[in-house]
Every structure is written in structure tokens, then in C-alpha cells.
Design a protein around this ligand. Structure first.
Ligand code: PGA
Length: 252
């Protein structure tokens, strides 16, 4: 059984103090223990959040890292630095990193491998642009990203790998892919992992949908067979909405 995983991607929001306040607010509520709840916070907030995570139900995540262990890479953050702050998940290859910061699949592949080599779990983001969807190229695009970004992984790595399908046209736009579209791509991702890494890898890998997930659409998205979670930007920045996302099963 794959455990559902709801991850907040705070992006470039919240100072260390504001981050502590939000995490404490979330922790005042009881979160569904059957759901893994993750907060992926800005690098500068990791220490502050880690300090208030004792006894918390939340798992800690980062939003990016470099693949080298240390050295002359001004402005970058290493896997060891994240591990030292008890980071468990690292988002890799978010479309904002790909588009704004020009990260390519060769770099993303190295980052995914480095996250795993350092005992952490990657949340690899893939997804197509609106033009690619209109042209009917979404599967080719996502397949290409998966084959390049996951190259070299072993079947057992998929116990730890999370893949977030985030159609770029749905991020921060209020437009959500329909639950059927999310399921179709999640099933395609699972099939591609299966063909490349074997049946067990396909059964193990957790697949999230991301793009304008909100308390009022999370349940429908999470009801899909191949969707195991959600990666959430905007709606993860306030405690009440993040809590209703994590507790999506409760008011069924
Ligand atoms: P959104 O962002 O929920 O604000 O659309 C999702 C993401 O970029 O991970």
C-alpha cells in the first residue's frame, strides 16, 4: 500500500520567524496519521522549522539543492547541509527551476541521484506546457523527462522516489487539470516507470498531482487510483487550508 503524501511547496514565501509560526499553527491540529504531511520550506527557513519540529507530525522538505558534496559553488546548498538539518524530502526539477533558472534534465538527473545517495527522498517534478498539451505532446514530454531524470536508478530506489505531475499551465493559475486528466497522466507515469524499472518499482513509486490543488478539489483528485498525493503551492501557505488538504479523508 502506498501512503498518501500531501506536500506543501512554500516557494519563496515566509521568513524563518513566519515559518515557525505557521508550523506551530499547523501542529495545533490533529493531522490524519494515515497521510504523510510534508512542508517544503525555503532553505533559509530549514533550521528554524527543524527547531520546532520535535514531536510534530510534519515531515521536513527542501525545495532544491546542488548535487556536489561541497566546494566552490557560490550560492548553492549541498546534500550534507540539508541532511544535517534533518531534511527528508527535496523537491527537484520544479518547473520554476526549469523555466526561470534554466535547469535541464542532465542537471536534474544528477540532483535526483545525489538526493538518494545522501539518504533523502526526491520529489521529482515533471509536466508539460500549455502549448505541448494543445499539440497533444504531453505524454512525449513527460516520458522524455522521466527517462532522463531517473536514469541510473535501481528498482528499490522507487520506495523513496516521489514523482509530482505538475502541468505548467495549472500552476498558480487557478486552472486545475481535471481529475481524469490527472489520473490519465499518473497512470502513464506509472506505466513508464514499470516499463523502464520493472513492475515492483511501478507499484512502489508514489505519484502526486500538483497545480492549483485546493481544499475543495483535493478529495476528487485523491480519489484517483494512480494519484497518491498532491504537491501544493498557494493553498499550503495558511494553516487552515493546509490542514484541510492533509485531512482530506476525514469528512468523507
Ligand atoms: P500551486 O503550485 O498549488 O500554487 O498551483 C503548485 C506547485 O507549483 O507546486
Amino acid at each position: 500500500m502506498r501512503k498518501p503524501i500531501i506536500a506543501g511547496n512554500w516557494k519563496m514565501n515566509k521568513t524563518p520567524y513566519q515559518a515557525q509560526v505557521l508550523v506551530k499553527q499547523i501542529d495545533e491540529y490533529e493531522l490524519d496519521p494515515a497521510v504523510e504531511a510534508v512542508v517544503c520550506v525555503p532553505a533559509i527557513d530549514l533550521q528554524a522549522v527543524n527547531e520546532v519540529l520535535d514531536g510534530s507530525q510534519l515531515h521536513l522538505g527542501a525545495q532544491n539543492m546542488y548535487f556536489e558534496d561541497h566546494g566552490a559553488f557560490t550560492g548553492e546548498i549541498s546534500p550534507a547541509m540539508l541532511k544535517d538539518l534533518e531534511v527528508e524530502y527535496v523537491i527537484i526539477g520544479h518547473s520554476e527551476r526549469r523555466e526561470i533558472f534554466k535547469e535541464d534534465d542532465a542537471l536534474i538527473q544528477k540532483k535526483v541521484a545525489a538526493v538518494l545517495a545522501n539518504g533523502m527522498k526526491p520529489i521529482l517534478c515533471v509536466g508539460e506546457t500549455l502549448e505541448e498539451r494543445v499539440a497533444g505532446e504531453e505524454e512525449d514530454k513527460v516520458r522524455g523527462q522521466l527517462l532522463k531524470d531517473l536514469e541510473g536508478l535501481k528498482p528499490e530506489d522507487f520506495e523513496k522516489v516521489v514523482i509530482a505531475y505538475e502541468p505548467i499551465w495549472a500552476i498558480g493559475t487557478g486552472k486545475t487539470a481535471s481529475a481524469d486528466d490527472a489520473e490519465a497522466m499518473a497512470a502513464f507515469i506509472r506505466k513508464t516507470v514499470g516499463e523502464t524499472f520493472g513492475k515492483e518499482a511501478a507499484e512502489r513509486v508514489r505519484i502526486q498531482y500538483g497545480g492549483s490543488v485546493k481544499p475543495d478539489n483535493v478529495r476528487e483528485i485523491m480519489s484517483m487510483d494512480d494519484v497518491d498525493g498532491a504537491l501544493v503551492g498557494g493553498a499550503s501557505l495558511e494553516a487552515p487550508s493546509f490542514i484541510s488538504l492533509v485531512n482530506y479523508r476525514e469528512d468523507l
